[in-house]
Write a protein that binds this ligand. Structure first.
Ligand SMILES: Cc1ncc(COP(=O)(O)O)c(C=O)c1O
Length: 445
């Protein structure tokens, strides 16, 4: 039956309920059905849905000043939010760092690519332009961001439009691309960056971009200790900028403001999105370390890049209101204890013959389903296991984020769990009971 919707949907084969209200960890549709948001939508919602203070702050800002173009003005909410972000960042951002606000994650990645390119121009290294990244990664949907992404399915239809700057191996211990085991592996996946540079014209490389914890594509794959440090060393020794894409893993989701801080690494650029405004406004940010800022200040003084809506007063007011709420309720400190409760509840699923691994950091968690637990063999793609698990948990009114392809871009099924930081113990139990019932439905014995 043809749909009556005027919206161009993500998937023409799917029917979408109409969401009308949010209430903490729940979304309510127009028929009154309540969904427990176990994935924070797409790891976006950190403070919960329907927090009235945020709407009030946005209304107040838009009634004062809705918009002022950044070629002519700066605004107080953007200045304030930038200062707050720099305070959370690693030391090399705190004195002299700056923040470039965008309307989302993909724009932040685009901005970082151009920043890296122009940084090298400003520094007299005009041959550097390529941004190297990893296979099995995601940095956004726009063409520059897709060029650096390594997510096979998302790239496939657009392949002819994408430049080929080069991808190295992912860091994914459960399906190690080198067939090795940590720590005997010697973190071969980090050294893959060195080997790649040795073979592929290192002098044209401007930056390396990576997700400190790989979100959607690998289902919360956490690197072993030493990986991020080794990558940072290689970048530094080769004169390459290090970009940490924390669009999913940042803003407290892993238990620290930025995931990279678990390993005390100082990247040159940090990308933020999603949690920065907890979904209340379209907002992203690029945190730029002092030495990059310095090169622009001493150089041309002009960044050749811009968006009409960058540093939007109402979006940054939403960011500040979310920040206020996080501070008032100490929400970053909720992440670790909430994650421990959720992990403990989830551990009952680990013995299921098709639950391969439960992984992640803080409240960025993934569950991978395998056909054979001892060999870690994935299911055939056509079995659409991840989506069937999503559907079966949805039948229990619990929302999860499924993806296929974690093993090789095609095979491998996982779901992501990334609930609001305010998730309660009883809601954790609801998530696990929905997953139990989903496992029974999808894998009847
Ligand atoms: C790690 C990462 N980078 C970039 C993006 C793109 O962000 P957006 O969808 O806001 O453009 C995403 C979105 O899922 C992401 O997870």
């Amino acid at each position: 039956m043809p749909s009556t919707s005027a919206l161009f949907p993500r998937n023409f084969c799917k029917k979408y309920p109409v969401a009308v209200r949010g209430d903490a960890c729940w979304i309510i549709d127009q028929d009154g059905r309540r969904y427990l948001d176990a994935s924070g939508q797409a790891a976006v919602v950190s403070i919960g849905h329907g927090v009235a203070e945020i709407g009030r702050a946005m209304a107040e800002q838009s009634s004062q000043l809705g918009f002022a173009h950044t070629t002519q003005f700066h605004s107080e909410p953007a200045e304030k939010l930038a200062r707050r972000l720099l305070t959370l960042a690693p030391p090399n951002f705190r004195h002299g760092g700056r923040v470039y606000f965008t309307s989302g994650g993909s724009e932040a990645t685009e901005t970082a690519i151009k920043l890296a390119r122009q940084f090298h121009l400003e520094s007299g290294q005009s041959e550097r332009y390529r941004v190297i990244s990893r296979r099995q990664s995601y940095h956004g949907s726009t063409l520059g961001a897709m060029t650096v992404s390594g997510n096979v399915a998302r790239r496939a239809p657009h392949q002819p439009l994408l430049a080929e700057w080069g991808h190295i191996a992912p860091c994914f211990c459960y399906h190690c691309p080198f067939g090795k085991t940590f720590p005997e592996c010697g973190i071969a996946c980090a050294d893959d960056l060195s080997h790649f540079l040795d073979k592929n014209d290192a002098s044209s490389v401007a930056a390396f971009i990576f997700e400190p914890v790989v979100g959607a594509t690998l289902g919360a794959a956490v690197p072993p200790d030493g990986y991020a440090q080794r990558i940072a060393e290689i970048c530094r020794s080769r004169g390459i900028l290090l970009i940490a894409d924390e669009i999913m893993s940042g803003m407290g989701r892993t238990g620290k403001p930025f995931a990279i801080q678990h390993w005390n690494v100082e990247p040159d650029i940090i990308l933020v999105g999603k949690g920065i405004a907890s979904g209340y406004a379209p907002l992203g940010a690029v945190l730029v370390a002092a030495r990059i800022v310095d090169a622009f200040e001493r150089g041309s003084g002009i960044f050749q890049h811009g968006f009409t809506y960058q540093a939007h007063p109402v979006a940054t007011a939403a960011g500040n209101a979310v920040f206020d709420y996080i501070e008032l309720h100490n929400l970053f400190d909720h992440v670790q204890p909430a994650a421990e409760i959720l992990r403990t509840e989830l551990s009952v699923l680990q013995s299921h013959p098709h639950v391969g691994e439960i992984r992640g950091l803080g409240l960025l968690l993934g569950i991978e389903f395998v056909k054979n637990k001892s060999t870690r063999q994935p299911f055939p793609k056509k079995d659409t296991i991840a989506d069937r698990i999503r559907q079966a948990t949805l039948d229990e009114n619990v929302l999860t984020y499924p993806t296929q392809g974690c093993v090789d871009g095609e095979h491998g099924d996982h779901i992501l769990l990334a609930p609001p930081f305010t998730i309660s113990p009883s809601e954790c139990r609801l998530i696990v009971s929905a997953l139990r019932s989903a496992l029974q439905k999808v894998f009847p014995s």
